[in-house]
Every structure is written in structure tokens, then in C-alpha cells.
Design a protein around this ligand. Structure first.
Ligand SMILES: Cc1ncc(COP(=O)(O)O)c(C=O)c1O
Length: 464
């Protein structure tokens, strides 16, 4: 649903000079269907010309989402775009590939059930979060009903640094979000604070493997241990979900000893985005449950009208099979060693960049890229004439998208810039980025008075 109410100035197509069929195109209305269509080549040329006005995806250091895949993957995706993921009877091999991917991830995340894992593909981590959250809510409700207790006030505990999908989950499904605020230099959920917010109405705690704000990992094992103590001291049994949107494809390869996954008994479900460090173009995500029992059967629908019986647990019904096929392609073509190489390369680059930025002078690193290959940096307190928002604006003039944003409650006073290093960032790009940042910083440092008109509404939390 396009939420923008902005209207373009012209009601006609803005690129009348483009190629064959252009004269007809000049008359095409933008916001209603034209009476007659164009030749497909002319339509192609017009649309691809218009899309040139978009940004350069590879210079976008804000997004976690994959912006480069090998051309063979793109070919395979084009060949499979017509396969409907839901139609498992018509496309049994695509369905088989989906379940192989679920098993591969369950194995990577040390599931006890990895040969017949319970999980599914989704359009991304947001949908996966909705499904995992619903499973937690259903299980909590069943527990409460069995104990003869009320079921009208469920809550979910998580750090204020959660991605917006968890706030959406709570609002859409009537769950009270208990957002644990940041404190001092703790920029994510800590075990004690998580437990303090739990009670018998807590459907689950969400721990994030790779905070969107600074790339840091929440201490999943320690949070689980604190919840174990809560259960033994007060009899309150709170399950743990790990939002491993990015870290689910990073930690298994470059931090294999870190215990954050199904090695921990309390972890009941995990989500990850195939389209982030899973290295696939958008939209694919994954949700995996610890065991079959962790996913209440009432949430699974059985559909038979496409022929055969198909269990389905998803918010969407039809969607293309190409992203799932592309995920399998990446698994096959890279293997463990390939993913390790890519993730290590991203992390080395993140370290190199964060060190380079710290050397420029006025910057203070909030994180270095040692967990996710993502880091955030702020300006030193003595800088008064410009802000991180100005640095972001200046970099944009050179084509780089480096977001500036404030941290959430209680650290709204802290404004940072963040860089997400993804596969496809090569040495020349990194050198150029540092050179441009150095050049723009020198300019800003040369200011003799504060820049006028710093726009306060720009300084909102960044939810991506
Ligand atoms: C920690 C975390 N969870 C969830 C999401 C949402 O992921 P998706 O874009 O795959 O829906 C993001 C996106 O950046 C994220 O960083």
C-alpha cells in the first residue's frame, strides 16, 4: 500500500524523448490506466530510464539487504519467477528445495531436529517475526488456560533497540510491548533488565543477534541463563526467541563457538533474513522452530484445493519461488567455506573502515564491526559546528548513503552514523569512502560557526 500522498507535478510520463514508441508514451497518464498500451520494448525503455533516477544500490551503506549476486543467480531467479511457492503440488521440487533450505539452516543453528526440521520460508524477517511471535502467543495462552488463569494481557520483553517489526507484531496482535530502555553505554538488552520486565503474562523474550542500531550481539546465552534462574526461583517459564535477521548467517561462519542458537535449550525459535547476509536479493526470510512441538498445530492450515494436501503457515499465500531457489543456489555454490570467506571478508573490511574512520579525528566509534560487519560512530562531544546529520548530507553529495539517526530510549541524546559492510564492497570502494569522508570532514571542521538550520525532524530514530 503506497502511503505517500505526494503527487508528482506532471500527470504525464516525464521521459517523452526515450526511444521507440516515445510519442505515445508522452501521452500516457501516470495515475490511471492508459486507454491503449505501448509496445513492450518502448515500455521497457521508459521504465528502465525512469528507474535510473533511483540511487546506486551498492553505494547504499544503510541497508542490510543484498545488492549483489552472481549473474547466474539472477538468471536462475528469472527462470523461476513464475513458480508459485505455495503450489507445492504443482511445483514439488521447489517445495523440496524449500525444505532442504530449512534443514540446512536448522543444522547450521544446531537444531535437535535438523533432518526433519520445523520451519518455513517467508518474505523476510518481518513475516518470520510475526509467525514466531504468534507461536509464542498461542503457547502462552494454552499454558495459561490450562492453569485456569486469564489470557487477556500478554506481553513481550525486548530491548528498545528492536527492529520495528517487533513493535508491529505487538500492535497487530494485541501484545503489550515491554521495551527495555538503553542505559549508559549498554546499547542492547542485558540479562538482568530482561528478567526484571518478565512476569507470568510474558509470552517470550526476544534477543537480537545483530542489533540494527550498532551491529552488536545481545548476550543470548546469558539472557537464557537469567530466564532459567527466573524459572527456578519464581516458577515463571519464559521462552526465548532469537531475532537473527543478520547474525543467523554471520555467526555460524565467523563466530562458530558463540552459543546463541538451539544449543541453548530455552531458545524455541529463530528468524533470519535470507536477503541480508544470506546473500539473496530481497524478499526471502526464514523461521525455524526448535521442535515440532514448539509450533502449535492450530496455526498450521491444510490447503487442498490446488491438488494434494499442503500444510501452510504464512501470512501470505502466493509468492514467487525464485528467492527460495536463489537461497539454495547460494548454499550450493558457496558451501560453508564460501560463506565463511564472504563473512570474514566483510568483517575485515568493517574493521579496516572503522579504524580508518577513528583516525580521521572527530569521530568516536560506538562499535567496530567485530560482531556483525556493521559499525556505528558518533562525533566527539567537543564538535559544535556540525552534526552527524550534516556529515550524512555531505556524503550523500558524493553518492554515499550513510544514515544518521538517534538511538532509542533512554539514549536519544546519542546521534550516530552507521555503515553496513556487505558482500560486494571492494577495496577501491572502501578507500574512496574514507577519502570522501576525510574530505567532507575537513570542510565541516573548517567552519567557523555552527551550520544554520539543523533540521530537528531529521533526528528521529532510524528503523531499518
Ligand atoms: C534485527 C532485525 N530484525 C528484523 C528486521 C526486518 O527484516 P526484513 O527486512 O527481512 O523484514 C531487520 C531489518 O533490518 C533487523 O535488522
Amino acid at each position: 500500500m503506497p502511503l505517500s500522498t505526494q503527487r508528482p507535478k506532471s500527470a504525464r510520463h516525464p521521459l517523452p524523448e526515450a526511444g521507440a514508441g516515445a510519442r505515445d508514451a508522452a501521452e500516457l497518464p501516470l495515475h490511471r490506466l492508459g486507454e491503449s498500451g505501448l509496445e513492450s520494448e518502448a515500455a521497457y525503455e521508459l521504465i528502465s530510464s525512469e528507474l535510473l533516477l533511483d540511487g546506486q544500490a551498492r553505494l547504499n551503506l544503510a541497508t542490510f539487504v543484498t545488492t549483489w549476486m552472481p549473474s547466474t543467480a539472477a538468471t536462475l531467479m528469472a527462470e523461476t519467477a513464475d513458480k508459485n511457492m505455495i503450489d507445492k503440488d504443482e511445483y514439488p521440487q521447489t517445495a523440496e528445495i524449500e525444505s532442504r533450505c530449512v534443514n540446512i539452516l536448522a543444522n547450521l543453528w544446531h537444531s535437535p531436529d535438523h533432518e526433519r526440521a520445523t520451519g518455513c520460508s517467508t518474505t523476510g524477517s518481518s513475516e518470520a517475526a510475526m509467525l514466531a511471535g504468534l507461536a509464542l502467543k498461542w503457547r502462552w495462552r494454552a499454558r495459561m488456560r490450562q492453569a485456569g488463569k486469564p489470557t487477556d494481557r500478554p506481553n513481550m520483553v525486548m530491548g528498545a533497540n528492536v527492529q520495528v517489526c517487533w513493535e508491529k507484531f505487538c500492535r497487530y496482535w494485541d501484545v503489550e510491548p515491554r521495551l527495555v530502555p538503553m542505559e549508559g553505554d549498554h546499547f542492547h538488552l542485558t540479562p538482568d533488565r530482561a528478567v526484571e520486565h518478565c512476569d507470568e503474562n510474558t509470552i517470550g523474550v526476544v534477543a537480537i543477534l545483530g542489533s540494527t542500531f550498532d551491529g552488536s550481539y545481545e548476550p543470548v546465552k546469558e539472557i537464557a541463563a537469567a530466564l532459567d534462574r527466573l524459572e527456578s526461583d519464581r516458577g515463571i517459564d519464559v521462552p526465548l526467541h532469537v531475532d537473527a535477521a543478520s547474525g543467523g548467517f554471520v555467526a555460524p561462519f565467523i563466530q562458530p563457538k558463540l552459543e546463541w542458537d538451539f544449543r541453548i535449550d530455552r531458545v524455541q525459535s529463530i528468524n533470519a533474513s535470507g536477503h541480508k547476509y544470506g546473500l539473496v536479493y530481497p524478499g526471502v526470510g526464514w523461521a525455524v522452530w526448535r521442535t515440532k512441538e514448539a509450533l502449535p498445530s492450530e496455526l498450521i492450515f491444510d490447503v487442498n484445493y490446488l491438488g494434494g494436501h499442503m500444510p501452510t503457515f504464512a501470512l501470505n499465500f502466493s509468492r514467487p519461488g525464485s528467492e527460495v531457489v536463489a537461497q539454495y543456489f547460494m548454499f550450493m555454490s558457496l558451501g560453508r567455506e564460501g560463506y565463511r570467506r564472504v563473512m570474514q571478508g566483510c568483517q575485515d573490511m568493517a574493521h579496516q573502515l572503522s579504524e580508518g574512520i577513528a583516525e580521521i579525528g572527530p569521530y568516536r566509534l560506538i562499535s567496530e564491526g567485530s560482531e556483525l560487519p556493521v559499525f556505528a560512530f558518533a562525533l566527539a562531544p567537543e564538535v559544535e559546528n556540525y552534526s552527524v546529520f550534516d556529515v550524512s548530507d555531505r556524503l550523500r553529495q558524493r553518492g554515499w548513503l550513510v544514515p544518521a539517526y538517534t538511538f532509542p530510549a533512554n539514549r536519544e541524546d546519542l546521534s550516530v552514523l552507521r555503515i553496513v559492510v556487505r558482500s560486494g564492497m571492494h577495496q577501491e570502494m572502501a578507500d574512496l569512502l574514507l577519502e570522501h569522508l576525510r574530505e567532507q570532514t575537513e570542510f565541516l571542521e573548517s567552519l567557523e560557526a555552527p551550520l544554520p538550520g539543523q533540521v530537528p525532524e531529521k533526528r528521529k530514530a532510524f528503523a531499518h
